[in-house]
Design a protein around this ligand. Structure first.
Ligand code: NOJ
Length: 550
């Protein structure tokens, strides 16, 4: 397989509003990031992915962009960005931006001109007239709010919005729009950024004629516009005209993608148009299709996903590894346990950090932040969450509906990072833009810095170990005890060494037998989350990494 710089890296994801406020206005910003670059580096992370930093009305917290060529004032503007970028590069870290081009904010100049039919913007978006029978142009649903169509009074037509009403879908079939995308890409690459995470990029090509979805009545549309007819062609064009001229990395968000489908884009032996894809399957071990349809956590489902991606991409494409991001509730509260917060946060880290691929750590994950449980639905900020509460499952009691949000809302992972036990968790000296999880007094960075056995220091050790061991980067992957519903065990092996990673996903103590062929007496226990280890027993959420040198 080809060697690219991102294959040896660990990335840290910053969701800027809630990372760190540097100027006291209550909103996270790039000054705050600049202050924390050494902290990020201290985790062993050598890359940062920024969720959108561009000017935006903030309907979808920045994923509704109104100007692609600037940095929002609230984040410190372009000067703060350049300072941060230099600071990151000076520390040997790469920086990737979010590229959101399935849609723009309706405040974007392109949309404002398009609705007035001012050329060349007239066909920048997906406009359709009203049907004579009063029906919408087709039966697709928006993923956030109601139907996928909104009426525009100015143009007297409907425009498509697969997300919020204020996020209008671009017409990527228009070559002028693709030229705009390339301009944006070149602008940021010339400025020095090292790549992009492409937001719902698999949605950008809609099928011709925008036919009704007749197959999937429950989720109208997604199977029609995901991986549309010209997607590969457009990605190829971006690669040919822009990416191939830079040493950059392209990571694509891809809802519902399978390894087989991913390989159509990332197979290194077959002119790949992307470097890695963000799959959603690891998020589905306690839900069905969406986080709002909550189900009991099923470890076998998670293990199947882990192993499927590890084995099916092996030798062909490169995995992007993650357990948390800004779109899903926190993992300790889902696949781990708040009662065993410390143990389960560490175990979850080991469950994915030793797999083959490039790991991403989402802000706050490294201290084991947990879900946020507001008492009132009005406290939620997220546009999707609010729609879910006020418009979906409305026949249920208010309590049941609120609980649905506790398990499903993205806001659970969007509360400010808990830096210390002082006022506002050390996030801001002003009034925080959002609520702070009340548990910051006992889950925070400052305390964990002082504690050798903290989740934070476990992450540091795990990342360091990952970097030291060649087998983690390039070795074979093998799973053991597939049928166990409470334990995940995998090994990685190359010509230099072998490791065995054991992860107990259970509040109860369980018996454990080393898989055949592994001699524990010859192994070194290089990572663990309990001080005392009994080789035949796994304590609640216990994890261990054994190493054999050859
Ligand atoms: C995926 C992003 O991760 C999410 O936060 C956003 O709301 C949607 N795409 C729409 O841009």
């Amino acid at each position: 397989m080809k060697k690219q710089w991102y294959k040896d890296m660990v990335f840290y994801q910053i969701w800027p509003r809630s990372f760190k406020d540097g100027n006291g206005d209550g909103m996270g910003d790039l000054l705050g990031v600049y202050e924390k670059l050494d902290y990020i580096k201290s985790l062993g992370c050598d890359g940062i992915w920024f969720s959108p930093l561009y000017p935006s009305p903030g309907v979808d917290c920045g994923y509704d962009i109104s100007d692609y060529m600037d940095i929002a004032q609230e984040f410190g503007g372009m000067d703060a960005f350049k300072k941060m970028l230099d600071g990151a590069h000076g520390r040997g870290m790469k920086v990737i931006m979010d590229l959101v081009v399935n849609h723009t904010s309706t405040q974007h100049e392109w949309f404002q001109k398009s609705r007035q039919r001012i050329d060349p913007y007239t066909d920048y978006y997906i406009w359709r007239p009203a049907k004579p029978n009063g029906k919408l142009p087709n039966n697709w649903d928006s993923l956030f709010e109601g139907k996928a169509w909104a009426w525009d009074e100015v143009r007297q037509e409907y425009y498509m919005h697969l997300f919020a009403i204020e996020q209008a879908d671009l017409n990527m079939d228009n070559p002028l729009v693709r030229e705009e995308v390339k301009k944006i890409l070149r602008y940021w690459l010339d400025l020095g950024v090292d790549g992009f995470r492409e937001d719902v990029i698999t949605f950008i090509s809609k099928p011709e004629g925008l036919p009704d979805d007749r197959l999937m009545p429950a989720s109208k549309g997604i199977f029609m516009f995901n991986h549309g007819p010209h997607l590969h062609e457009y990605l190829e064009e971006f690669k040919r005209d822009v990416f191939s001229k830079y040493d950059c990395m392209i990571l694509a968000e891809a809802p519902l993608v399978t390894p087989k489908k991913a390989l159509e884009y990332i197979d290194e032996g077959n002119a790949p148009v992307l470097d890695m894809m963000i799959q959603f399957a690891t998020q589905e071990a306690d839900s069905f299709m969406t986080d709002y349809i909550h189900m009991p956590f099923n470890l076998r489902k998670l293990k199947r996903t882990y192993t499927k991606w590890q084995t099916e991409l092996d030798g062909k494409g490169w995995n992007m590894l993650y357990i948390e991001n800004h779109d899903h509730p926190r993992m300790v509260s889902r696949y781990g346990s708040e009662k065993f917060q410390k143990e389960s946060a560490k175990m979850l880290a080991a469950s994915y950090l030793f797999q083959k691929g490039t790991p991403f750590i989402y802000q706050g994950q490294e201290i084991g932040m947990t879900n946020w449980y507001p008492s009132d639905p009005e406290m939620y900020e997220d546009v999707q969450t609010r729609w879910q509460y006020f418009n979906v499952a409305t026949k249920r009691s208010p309590e049941k509906r609120l609980q649905r949000l506790w398990h499903g809302s993205r806001d659970a992972a969007r509360t400010p990072v808990q830096w210390d036990g002082g006022e506002n968790a050390g996030f801001t000296t002003g009034k925080p833009w959002f609520y702070i999880n009340e548990n910051y007094k006992h889950i925070n960075v400052a305390d964990q810095e002082k504690d050798e056995h903290s989740v934070l220091n476990f992450y540091r050790r795990a990342v360091q170990l990952r970097k030291e061991l060649s087998c983690v980067r390039h070795g074979n992957y093998q799973e053991y005890g597939k049928l166990s519903g409470t334990c995940y065990t995998y090994s990685r092996e190359d010509e230099n060494q072998k490791i065995l990673v054991v992860c107990a996903f259970c509040e109860k103590q369980q018996k454990w037998k080393v898989p055949a062929g592994f001699d524990l007496d010859a192994a070194e226990l290089v990572l663990r989350n309990y001080e005392k280890v009994d080789p035949s027993v796994l304590k609640p959420y216990e994890t261990r990494v054994y190493l054999w040198k050859k």
